[in-house]
Design a protein around this ligand. Structure first.
Ligand SMILES: Nc1ncnc2c1ncn2[C@@H]1O[C@H](COP(=O)(O)OP(=O)(O)OP(=O)(O)O)[C@@H](O)[C@H]1O
Ligand SMILES: [Mg+2]
Length: 488
């Protein structure tokens, strides 16, 4: 009796459920929660509201990994769509030709109580105050010896604005610059995919090595996390009052556990290796990548084969050694200006025009970069991480705009390496096959590779440098007795 009553109620519920009106087409509460929040007020409305459609469109979740290469001189952004794994480059200025259309100057211009982000020299006016190389200023707060951003108002990572008594940390400016980049990228992606619920994962590069010797990661994460929170409030022209908010937020920012956030900070050297892994180069051998930027140089050595970190452990590729030094195009420009007796801006212009020329003098920074390359290889030798002469033959990639300088390339190419390491080929890094317009972008890929590596979703299961232990000394075979081999 009791059972038939329950059955009847169940049947009537089922009938009512089947007769219910069709489901609403709006996303479920769960999807809504994961959806990107709507645009900031003032943003063009068409970018948020989907185009009117005769039929309700079924919204789909689309996950994009966004690689942000926040460079000392320019910022490059590439994203990857995880639904088909294709990559696309953000074109900041489609009206510009070639490379410059993909480069957003990492500049902040202070004009009439406002901050303008990403402007270039062409937009300069007499009374402007420029902040160039703000990334270097963030770095030099911890290491004042590298202070050479060329900003008249910056010193040791603090910016003293005219008329203001309290200096402002460079990280507050960098945070707002990043927030502006996040806003612009998000706006463009929402425009490109108006019918989808976007899930964005942000990967920001940081000039740190594997051991994070400079203890940068936590600072970079706070700056990036605060920028994610502020991104709705930082258009290309923003009010200076935002600086106080950024300073407060960066100082008090608590970085959530990786599983609970959508932004990550990755070493630029590792991003370079990931760019290699995304490329069609697949040989199982040893490689070196030297990324010479405007402010820093990253050197990475890795063995792209199967190796054991220690006897008995699984076979995996090995990241053999890496380093990051505060030397790059900015310092080279300053040294060239001295050699040519001209202003730094003039030296930079001349250098970029005569990149291929052998008339560019061998300034100390070129030698410093070669020494860094040699020293990083020396770490592998010192720790005896590779012993086979075959594995010590490696191919070299030189990337980054600073690496375009021909005298630097030649110096790296012919640099004597320690411990029997021999460079075989100087190769050009190729973009992934799934990069949109990859063939046209090949010529600029030295600038874009880090952003591409940051947008990579590859889970490279490798041994980091600290886990690659010394190889056991080869077992010495006793010398055969000639008389035994050839008895008389
Ligand atoms: N055609 C070019 N356009 C822009 N920069 C160029 C060009 N050719 C050479 N360079 C030099 O490249 C350097 C910038 O390279 P890149 O964009 O790789 O650095 P970054 O990523 O901004 O800096 P970093 O990685 O050190 O933070 C500058 O020193 C610049 O003078
Ligand atoms: Mg760079």
């Amino acid at each position: 009796m009791l059972r038939s009553g329950i059955l009847k109620r169940l049947l009537s519920f089922l009938r009512r459920w089947l007769d219910r009106p069709p489901a609403a087409t709006s996303p479920s509460a769960e999807t809504e929660a994961r959806r990107l929040p709507t645009m900031p007020t003032g943003a063009p409305a068409a970018q948020v509201s989907a185009l009117p459609s005769p039929r309700p469109i079924k919204r789909q979740e689309r996950t994009l990994v966004v690689g942000i290469d926040f460079g000392t001189s320019t910022t490059k952004v590439i994203w990857q769509d995880l639904s088909d794994n294709h990559f696309e480059v953000i074109q900041w200025r489609p009206s510009n030709d070639g490379l410059s259309s993909f480069l957003l100057p990492s500049t902040i211009l202070l004009r009439g109580g406002s901050m303008h982000f990403g402007l270039s020299e062409a937009d300069a006016d007499g009374d402007d105050l420029w902040l160039h190389s703000i990334k270097l200023c963030v770095l030099c707060r911890r290491k004042p010896s590298i202070c050479r951003c060329g900003n008249t108002v910056a010193r040791h990572g603090m910016i003293g604005l005219p008329g203001s008594e309290q200096p402002i940390p460079a990280s507050s400016f960098a945070c707002l610059f990043l927030a502006h980049v996040f806003q612009e990228v998000e706006r463009r992606l929402l425009t490109q995919f108006p019918d989808d619920d976007l899930v964005l994962i942000w990967n920001v590069g940081c000039p740190m090595d594997h051991l994070d010797v400079g203890d940068l990661r936590s600072e970079w994460e706070k700056m990036t996390g605060a920028a994610i929170e502020l991104r709705r409030r930082v258009p290309s022209k923003a009010d200076m009052s935002l600086l106080a908010d950024a300073t407060r937020l960066v100082n008090a920012f608590v970085v959530a556990a990786p599983s609970e956030r959508s932004y990550f900070v990755q070493p630029e050297g590792l991003a370079a290796v990931k760019a290699f892994l995304e490329s069609p180069h697949a040989e199982s051998k040893t490689y070196a990548i030297v990324d010479v930027g405007a402010g820093t140089t990253e050197v990475s050595f890795f063995f792209n084969g199967k190796a054991m970190a220690e006897p008995g452990q699984p076979f995996r590729p090995c990241y053999l050694a890496d380093s990051t030094d505060a030397v790059g195009g900015v310092k080279i420009d300053q040294e060239l200006a001295q050699a040519w007796c001209c202003r730094v801006e003039e030296a930079k212009r001349r250098k970029e025009k005569e990149l291929e020329s052998s008339s560019i003098p061998m300034v100390p920074s070129i030698q410093d970069i070669c020494l860094q390359y040699q020293r990083t290889c020396g770490e592998i030798v010192k720790e005896n991480k590779l012993t086979s002469p075959h594995d010590k033959r490696f191919d070299l990639f030189v990337i980054g705009g600073g690496g375009r300088l021909r005298p630097l390339q030649s110096a790296l190419q012919y640099q004597q390496m320690p411990g029997g390491f021999v460079r075989e080929c100087l190769q050009q890094l190729k973009p992934p096959r799934s990069l949109k317009h990859g063939a046209q972008l090949q010529a600029h890929y030295d600038f874009l590779a880090i952003a591409c590596g940051l947008a990579s979703s590859l889970d490279w299961d490798y041994y980091p440098p600290k886990d690659v232990h010394p190889m056991p000394a080869p077992r010495m075979m006793p010398k055969p007795d000639v008389e035994e081999l050839y008895p008389k």
